[in-house]
Design a protein around this ligand. Structure first.
Ligand code: NAD
Length: 349
């Protein structure tokens, strides 16, 4: 039997919890990668995995990403992530969410949960009836809280602009073609902001109707999900799921910039070199997509208003520029530069 510590995505995680609630059928993995800077914080993903091992790998990879993301965003938080293993029909019941809330509560605050793919604010309200270690709850007008998606989108939009400025020497997205993978919360916000600047949007989702709806809204085109990664465009913005940048997909890219909100876009660390060696400018995912967690952290700690959150998100382009500068001077690819910076911040450098 394979040792759990030898699991390919295991990277010195502090604790990995396997949750099994017989009565409600809840099966979840809660991984806490690091609490060096504070409680392990990160969203919970509700997803159907073909194999249980895929869910474990996702929790391990995503929680490590959260350690890096929170550290690079300057937040007093470590990294954690949960995945709930759904059935193929994605059946989600209040009882199941209650069991998940109780499981989070038992961890005593070493993990703070929030929204991720497949979860919404209403689900988190259910979870919050059973634990206080949750953020991303509905907020009163003007207060910080609620769906982190729009904040993530805003940060990604600013990051796309920074990448375009750097790689294409353009201060505006006007007239540029942006290919967006995914038509969900993050993708939608990005598409609306970029279209407002005059960008031309192509969008793809495995849910074609969703892609078409977003395309219609922003005056763009919906393209086949199988085609989006090979579309000729100025920017590819992956805003769906992770591990989409592989040896094969990188070889087929026809864009000068990859900058998007999805977590864990690179399938392996070597893919950071592959994308760099094609002279494609890559925005490290956990740096560009930190807007949501910045909002979540501010809500959780009660330490800021909307203007504070906006100002923190507006630091993202500068952080990306620092990474790209160091990449240019060191010859290391941007993903490796970001990893090294983050590891130093969490005491592992
Ligand atoms: P979402 O559930 O609202 O949307 C995701 C969309 O991606 C769905 O419409 C889904 O059908 C689509 N999709 C899945 N696989 C696809 C594929 N192969 N091709 C095309 N489309 C596909 O999720 P979201 O909140 O918009 O999150 C998107 C990504 O951004 C995820 O990787 C998430 O982890 C990451 N992220 C989200 C936030 C946030 O605040 N919501 C923050 C940071 C990172």
């Amino acid at each position: 039997m394979q040792s759990p510590w030898g699991y390919p995505d295991f990277d010195g995680h502090e604790v990995v919890h396997f949750v099994n609630d017989i009565k409600t059928g809840l099966k979840a993995v809660i991984a806490v990668h690091s609490t060096h800077l504070g409680p392990g914080a990160g969203g919970v993903r509700f997803w159907h995995y073909a194999q249980d091992g895929d869910a474990i790998a996702d929790a391990l990879r995503l929680s490590r990403g959260m350690s890096f993301k929170n550290a690079m965003a300057g937040l007093p938080m470590g990294g954690g992530k949960a995945v709930i293993l759904s059935d193929p029909r994605r059946t989600k019941t209040p009882d199941m969410l209650a069991a998940y809330g109780r499981a989070v509560d038992r961890l005593g605050g070493s993990y703070i949960t929030a929204e991720d793919v497949g979860m919404n604010v209403g689900d988190l309200v259910e979870v919050s009836k059973h634990t206080k270690f949750v953020s991303g709850l509905p907020a009163a007008e003007g207060a910080v809280g609620g769906d982190p998606g729009p904040h993530t989108s805003y940060g990604v939009y600013l990051g796309v602009r920074a990448a375009v400025r750097r790689k294409l020497g353009k201060d505006s997205l006007s007239g540029l073609h942006i290919a967006i993978q995914g038509a969900g919360s993050v993708a939608g916000g990005l598409a609306r902001l970029a279209a407002k600047d005059g960008a031309r949007i192509s969008v793809a989702d495995i849910d074609q109707a969703r892609a078409q709806k977003l395309a219609d809204e922003v005056g763009g085109s919906a393209v086949d999900a199988a085609e989006i990664l090979t579309l000729e465009a100025d920017v590819l913005s992956p805003c769906a799921l992770g591990a989409i940048l592989t040896e094969q997909s990188i070889a087929a890219l026809r864009v000068p910039v990859v900058a998007g909100g999805a977590n864990n876009q690179l399938a392996t660390r070597e893919d950071g070199d592959r994308i760099d060696s094609r002279s494609i400018l890559y925005a490290p995912d956990y740096v560009i997509n930190a807007g949501g967690i910045i909002n979540v952290a501010s809500e959780y700690f009660g330490n800021g208003d909307e203007a504070f959150v906006k100002a923190k998100i507006e630091e993202i382009p500068g952080r990306l520029d620092t990474i790209w500068d160091e990449s240019a001077s060191s010859g290391l690819n941007p993903a490796a530069v970001a990893d090294a910076m983050a590891n130093r911040l969490i005491g592992r450098g």
